[in-house]
Ligand binder design. Structure first.
Ligand code: AR6
Length: 233
């Protein structure tokens, strides 16, 4: 069943890829390699109120592990934040430099995650959504923006995959060709991911339990990045 599901997800991928132009690439074969980029927000650090310093360490370590595990230079990650003075972006940039994370494969973008290509950013064919446990459209933040931009097609496609999500896990949802997010921005898949919640106004609040919170955040990034890589294996 799992193999069949993965095949269905792969069948949704368009056969056109972005041709890499990296200076890191040397042979003709490598230059033909497709680039697939996951644009993702910092999970749990706005509405879910997770500590930014702890979150930035976990984020950079998770990216680093992903890059080591997946040496394919065509798989790239891009952290996105809408705020022009994003505290998370500056913390993550600093930590990524300290840890010497590959700056070709891990990049940053300031702006709306649903308008990356149309606002002049690089093509990103997969978006991560920091969602809620019911996978419900609306609310605020990135979840509201992605569901709105993708249209009812995303709600419908999500329901076919799952109706709830556990903290620390993620699911891949293929976008139908009629979704505006696919037509206008070239996004083929959305990966919904649920991070730890530290906000007492939201369900499943961890009430400052950062031992559990950090574990869940690590699991959330690991699940998100594994699901992204599995689309292109
Ligand atoms: N484009 C790029 N980045 C954004 C955008 C956007 N349109 N909107 C927010 N961010 P959040 P969480 C950044 O609150 O903390 C939802 O209501 C934001 O600055 O979206 O995981 C869900 O339904 C921050 O860096 O997600 C859940 O209930 C990051 O995205 C809950 O919020 C994540 O902020 C999840 O809370």
């Amino acid at each position: 069943v799992v193999a069949a599901k993965q095949q269905i997800l792969k069948d949704h991928l368009p056969r056109v890829g972005v041709i890499g132009t990296s200076q890191h690439m040397s042979s003709v074969d490598e230059q033909q390699e497709e680039t697939n980029t996951l644009a993702f927000p910092s999970i749990s650090t706005a509405d879910f109120q997770f500590d930014h310093y702890k979150a930035s360490t976990i984020l950079v370590e998770s990216v680093s592990e992903f890059l080591l595990k997946n040496p394919n230079a065509g798989l790239k990650l891009m952290l996105v934040d809408i705020g022009s003075k994003s505290h998370m972006l500056s913390l993550v940039k600093k930590k990524a430099t300290e840890l010497n994370v590959d700056s070709y494969r891990f990049t940053f973008f300031t702006g709306d995650i649903t308008k990356i290509r149309s606002s002049g950013g690089p093509p990103c064919n997969v978006l991560a959504n920091a969602t809620n446990w019911r996978l419900k459209a609306g609310g605020g933040g990135v979840n509201a923006a992605i569901f709105k931009a993708a249209g009812p097609e995303l709600e419908e496609a999500t329901r076919k995959v799952a109706t709830t999500l556990l903290p620390g896990s993620s699911i891949v949802v293929p976008l139908s060709p009629s979704s505006p997010l696919r037509k206008e921005e070239g996004v083929t898949h959305v990966i919904h991911v649920l991070g730890p919640n530290m906000n007492p106004q939201r369900p499943n609040c961890l009430a400052d339990d950062y031992v559990e919170g950090c574990k869940i955040l690590r699991n959330a990034y690991a699940s998100l990045f594994e699901n992204f890589a599995s689309l292109f294996q």
